[in-house]
Design a protein around this ligand. Structure first.
Ligand code: 2HA
Ligand code: ZN
Length: 274
């Protein structure tokens, strides 16, 4: 089957385009990765090339040895992904040690996988383990309102989770585990990858202060929907703080009632009295 005709590639391209339409991907901002299922690897195998050498990932992901990923290219613009996917995205293979990768398809005019490859792969490694292999998508976007909030709210998981939950009733149902916050760090390397993947053991959302957000999920719809929900809530918060602040809100007991009605567990650590 033509690689561009496969369902997972089409889903990946649609998600990238949806993110661009939201205004989350100025210039080459943001990156996306998807861990292929075995049957998807088989589907595309006849069309993969074999001529790239192995390159260092910059970190070690031994539990992803032999896996294939569809990822955005470093320096590529989300705006162009739907126009010229073969130039902007790539299928990579991880070697048998988990230290190296090679390009098997895409980046037709040259290039390398996303500059945040270490964070993507370390997040995949954590999520593969904690979800029993269910999570396959890691998404990074420069979501305007979440970034704005990181200049105003204390950079703590507790405060961000509670404020985001309070700004829209569906939030605790969509991300009941809460969100984690990484303080400002240099992007594109192993240190920020380690900090982010630590948070991904507990949460599906990691906010990068003054930079953006990472989300993890089972498929493109759930992962995009998660990013969209968190960012929508952040937009409401920015509007609230731009007016006169809250005059009434959802209370800790309201959240407990919500948890019962929607059969979700909301950790008490986020239901503190203010
Ligand atoms: O430019 O978003 O974090 C891609 C990025 C780096
Ligand atoms: Zn970024």
């Amino acid at each position: 089957m033509k690689i561009l005709d496969t369902k997972f590639v089409k889903g990946f391209i649609k998600m990238a385009d949806d993110g661009f339409q939201q205004g989350w991907h100025e210039r080459n901002g943001g990156n996306l990765s998807y861990r292929l299922k075995e049957e998807e690897v088989m589907e595309v195998m006849p069309r993969l090339s074999n001529n790239d050498e192995w390159h260092d990932i910059g970190t070690s992901v031994p539990t992803l040895a032999g896996e294939f990923f569809l990822v955005t290219g470093s320096g590529k613009y989300f705006r162009n992904i739907s126009v010229d996917p073969e130039v902007c995205i790539t299928i990579i293979e991880i070697d048998s040690t988990g230290d190296k990768y090679r390009i098997r398809w895409g980046l037709a005019e040259g290039g390398t996988p996303t500059s945040e490859l270490a964070t993507h792969l370390m997040n995949h490694e954590v999520k593969k383990a904690v979800t029993g292999g269910k999570h396959r998508v890691i998404y990074h976007a420069h979501t305007t309102n979440i970034i704005a909030l990181t200049f105003v709210l204390p950079l703590s998981d507790k405060v961000f989770t509670r404020e985001l939950w309070e700004a829209a009733t569906e939030c605790p149902v969509v991300f009941p585990k809460g969100v984690g916050v990484v303080p400002w760090m240099v992007p594109g390397g192993r240190d920020i990858a380690i900090a982010t993947s630590e948070l991904m053991k507990k949460y599906d959302v990691a906010i990068w202060a003054h930079h953006g957000m990472f989300c993890s999920g089972e498929d493109f719809d759930l992962t995009f929907g998660l990013m969209h929900t968190v960012e929508k809530s952040a937009e409401i918060l920015v509007k609230i703080f731009s007016m006169s602040g809250k005059h009434q809100t959802i209370t800790p007991d309201n959240f407990r009632d919500l948890a019962k009605a929607f059969h979700v567990e909301l950790p008490e650590e986020f239901l503190y009295e203010k």
